[in-house]
Unconditional design. Sequence first.
Length: 342
Amino acid sequence: MKVVLIPSMLLLLAYTSDAAEQATFAGGCFWCIEAPFDKLDGVISAVSGFSGGPEKDPTYRQVASGSTGHLEVVQVTFDPDKVSYESLLDTYWRQFDPTDAGGSFVDRGHQYTSAIFVHSPEQRRLAEASKAALAASGRFDAPIVTPIRDFESFTAADSYHQDFHKTNTAHYKRYRAGSGRDQFITKVWGAQSQAASKYHKPTDDELRQRLSQIQYNVTQKDGTEPPFRNQYWDNKATGIYVDVVTGEPLFSSRDKFKSGTGWPSFTRPLVAENVTEDTDFKLLYPRTELRSKHGDSHLGHVFSDGPKPTGLRYCINSASLRFVPVEKLVDEGYEEFVAHFD
């Protein structure tokens, strides 16, 4: 593998966790695929480069000319304790047209076609399930043509093509808009895919009418419900837990464990970027408070006394959550998480 020391790779070299994993995605111009992953909490690095062809150490000019079998790709190194592979897949599918076999928007040719390069049988299983769920969602009128291929090699592009959304921001934005990519994403996924999120916080009046007294007190006034006398502390059903205010996905039953505290406890979030951390001193000593990203709901706290694999205990108020059983995920718009339970 050709090694090019660029800023995002220097960050990777400094990261020493044995838990780090890699994922490789192609979805047209790698500038536009790199940027969304670069923003995800739990992503250690997102490096633009080339995969899929037999040629060794191809250059940008060779790949761009179509003279190789390689595709423009982004290789993502991530901490699975902070962001799941399923979350990466969800981000990936929202960046391009997976029904286009001829290229990506204005960029035509094999080098700009899409593909998921899997690094393990488990990644293949999740990628295939995610692709099937997207096809079944009815969001597209044509078949999903993005292939799922075994990863073989990766060559990093030159430093000029790394972090382009940061180093050449104006050019990057013009390119995205001019290519038609942004317009396509807005049309298929909604304007909020281009902005913050499809999840938004209702007004205070609406919340007072919709939430119970304990739900309002916990989520809006940073309260705490009583242990062992709350809805989900002993819930053993399979499904996901979403913010009771916005519906943004937060935790999975797969990561839930019996902590003995009397509150729902998880080893990690389902979607790490939806769970933010802050510090509070309500007990006169610092604790790491957890809040939902889009609803700003108080969720609970995280402690370092949890079980493997993370060693963390996300201690959450039931009043901050709504449970969506696995059999209702598609009906309630959470079809991207069906593969999580296969």
